[in-house]
Design a protein around this ligand. Structure first.
Ligand SMILES: Nc1ncnc2c1ncn2[C@@H]1O[C@H](COP(=O)(O)OP(=O)(O)OP(=O)(O)O)[C@@H](O)[C@H]1O
Ligand SMILES: [Mg+2]
Length: 370
């Protein structure tokens, strides 16, 4: 999970804990608080920020207090210890603020979302007349950091619907049958809303090729995906992977994760748009050559470009603190940041995706099908 997602999840958990406290449900509040504390420790490590660790310790103390205030839950016999196979906490949804316009480039993904989701929602009567259904799942595949999670979240934001992005560890279980059960609970929970997006990250690990230990998860996923548009709560399924070749082929058929869109390195136009977006409200030297900068960022993923911008800004901030004079982000700051963040995606890695795409010999599927 990326740092941005962890931070978003942290505030979602804190909101839920507060709501549970207001509802007098201290048991739930304690569970959300423990999960928030775990995220704080994660963030402390990922960001090397000791403030997160202190927050985590505070949250653990609060969770202990909440537990002592809680009545034993109704489903549990008083005094029964929580066993190792206690069901994982229900997945949490967020309502993202992101919009598709916030995503630079990725025209193929936007086109697939328009065709499969946005257009059918805008013209339901026409689609009904042609007996054509909304959705079918979309699989985004490509190297790490290219914005797969980002754009899936933007789809939910664009539609104003809940975004379910469960952590793999919350779904995948070492106990037989438990992964399938967790997946069913996720789908059931999401279907309580009229429409929602389920984002399945690292889908290769959850729904691996046949013969894998988690065959029950694959079978259950197929059942759930096939019934996706029946009933009241409609689901939009988006999967993401860095290893599409490891996914069970039944999962990749039409109606399941049947539309496959490659998410690669951003092209020059996308890099300019990305830099424009990231520098929008930032005090920059007016002479900063954006197009040249975008050229220098060639070979970098969206996540790497974001890191370059963060480092360039940090350098200007440091200067302002040292000089007590207003500073702007300039060319030298970027030169420095660019040297610190080299392209992390190798030509061999890109070649592997290209080979997978051509090996499938089914170009129609890569552009989306009905
Ligand atoms: N096209 C884009 N436009 C704007 N920002 C982007 C874009 N792509 C990536 N980013 C930035 O990079 C960050 C990381 O991207 P994200 O986590 O979505 O990548 P990913 O493809 O899901 O990576 P992974 O495969 O490791 O999960 C985003 O939060 C966003 O800030
Ligand atoms: Mg991701």
């Amino acid at each position: 999970m990326t740092v941005t997602r962890k931070v978003a999840e942290l505030s979602a958990l804190e909101r839920l804990a507060w709501q549970a406290i207001r509802d007098g449900n201290y048991q739930d509040a304690a569970l959300q608080t423990v999960a928030a504390a775990a995220l704080c420790y994660d963030l402390a490590e990922a960001e090397r920020d000791s403030q997160y660790a202190l927050d985590g310790t505070d949250l653990v103390a609060i969770a202990e207090e909440l537990t002592s205030m809680a009545e034993p839950p109704k489903s549990q016999t008083p005094g029964t210890p929580i066993s190792a196979d206690e069901p994982a906490p229900l997945p949490i949804a967020e309502l993202p603020k992101l919009r598709l316009d916030d995503v630079a480039g990725m025209d193929d993904v936007k086109a697939a979302f328009h065709e499969k989701v946005l257009r059918p929602l805008r013209h339901p009567e026409i689609y009904e007349r042609f007996q054509s259904e909304l959705g079918g799942g979309v699989l985004l595949y490509g190297p790490p950091g290219t914005g797969k999670t980002f754009i899936a979240k933007a789809l939910a934001g664009e539609l104003g619907v809940p975004f379910y992005c469960p952590e793999l560890s919350g779904i995948k279980s070492k106990y037989v049958g438990e992964t399938a059960k967790n997946m069913t609970r996720l789908f059931e929970e999401a279907r309580k809303h009229p429409l929602s997006v389920i984002f399945m990250d690292e889908v290769d690990s959850l729904l691996a090729n046949r013969g894998h230990r988690h065959a029950d998860a694959v079978a259950q996923f197929l059942t759930l995906a096939d019934g996706m548009q029946n009933g009241d709560g409609k689901l939009l399924l988006v999967g993401a992977t860095n290893r599409p070749w490891s996914i069970d082929s039944a999962v990749l058929r039409p109606g399941r994760l049947g539309t496959h869109v490659y998410v690669g390195l951003p092209d020059p136009k996308a890099r300019v748009a990305m830099l424009e977006g990231m520098l929008r409200e930032v005090p920059c030297d007016p002479a900063l050559p954006r197009t040249l900068l975008a050229e220098q960022c060639a070979g970098r993923t969206g996540a790497e470009i974001k890191e370059i911008v963060t480092r360039a800004k940090a350098r200007a901030i440091e200067r302002q603190i040292a000089t007590h004079m207003e500073q702007q982000v300039g060319e030298a700051d970027f030169a420095h940041a660019l040297a610190q963040v080299p392209p992390g995606t190798s030509a061999e890695e890109l070649q592997k995706f290209e080979e997978w795409r051509t090996r499938r010999h089914n170009p129609d599927q890569d552009q989306g099908e009905d």
